[in-house]
Design a protein around this ligand. Sequence first.
Ligand code: 6PG
Length: 467
Amino acid sequence: IQYDFGMIGLGTMGSNLLQNISDHGYRSAGYDLDKAKVENLNQLNQENIHGFSDLKEFTSSLKSPKTVMLLVPAGKIVDSVINELLEVLDKGDIIIDGGNSHFTDTERRFVDLEKKGYHFIGMGVSGGEEGARRGPSMMPGGDKQAYEVVAPILKKIAAHVDGEPTVAYMGERSAGHFVKMVHNGIEYAIMQLISETYEILKRGLQLSDAEIYDVFKKWNDGRLQSYLMEITRDIFAFKKPGENHLLLNDIKDEAKAKGTGKWTSQAAMDLALPIPIIDVAVSMRDLSKYKDLRTKAAEIYPNSLDENNSRKLEINTDQLENAFYFAMVSAYAQGMHLLFAANLEYKYGLSLDTIAKIWRGGCIIRSAFLEDIFAAYEKNPELKHLFLDKNIQENISKSVSSIRKVISEAALKGIAIPAFYASMGYFDNFRNETMPANLIQAQRDFFGSHTYELIGKEGVFHTEWED
Ligand code: 6PG
């Protein structure tokens, strides 16, 4: 038999994706160094899937041009697998890296493989295990011709929204992995916002777990509907068999990360493009890991220091819903703005409307609001910032007073909601025609002769301030 598609890396994602591919009538081959994983795949007993433990046998079983996708941990392993593959593939074959590779690695690999005569696609895949099995969202970038060859398979295995697959060619070279990285940055921001909301509901409004479940359920039935809201609701109903309390309450409050959120912040800083809500989300995961320090500081600075400590916040859950809406819009807007800037700098040829379109299903940040984002960029593909869209402008204008109220109440009571603050501060400066940055320029010139520009006058100037 000749197989249509090959997969290297038969972890849960790889194996699920292969089964998804085979469900759609394609013959697929898998390869893994770990014999147990190969065995697991073969035990599925599906006639159009076969696992190999020998790389040469694996690649020989593929139809030409051979398509091989890698789902292996990002980093050096990807390079070593590609090197091994070059020994057994032919020029003109297609290599797809479907992991969360850093976009600069993808850029380097693309250039290198193109020179050697191989087609390379760097593809972000989102949706976790379930997504891989039932329909992920996929963000391929790089070799356009090669994309056209694999597109029929990818379109079939993707999730579908309004009958359309959640996969599309993103753009040149490392575009696919850049887009996936920003997806993850937004994912971090929304997760942080939801966890801060939990803090408000629990400590600020003193609601029980069951009442918190009701709030998330209600929100998920409305305009805040999203995959992350939905799983949060379900987490607030999950008890281990025979136990009477939520599993959530047994889980350590130290958040881990594999790094894609951090990469988003680093990439944004390199482009001098502000995404403070994502920065805060990354930093708060980091702060959560300093449990010992936090425990010590909790003794030194007890909550009783705050005079308003014991009273409930004077807000209702409708105001909180509005505040969440506002902050969520800000998170997506900052991520989209980063894509806009990266597109100019790296000349990827991204279409923000296409990105919003394929994020509407299959991926972790899919949400009802992505329909509004898609509508905004479809109406105006050149839109410079989501806040400038008329529909979004109307909706966030209506939420401003609620988020101010929520933030001020939380601040008075000493409840930490830094991602909410970041969304507010970003907005207030975004719509601030005269920021106090003139003072920073004056200071820079004062101590370092860094010069400044003047309003209504061409040129750069320097002053001897101390005379
Ligand atoms: C997805 C996710 C996924 C990511 C996890 C874990 O889109 O399916 O983004 O790619 O690996 O969310 O990320 P962290 O370990 O960094 O939280």
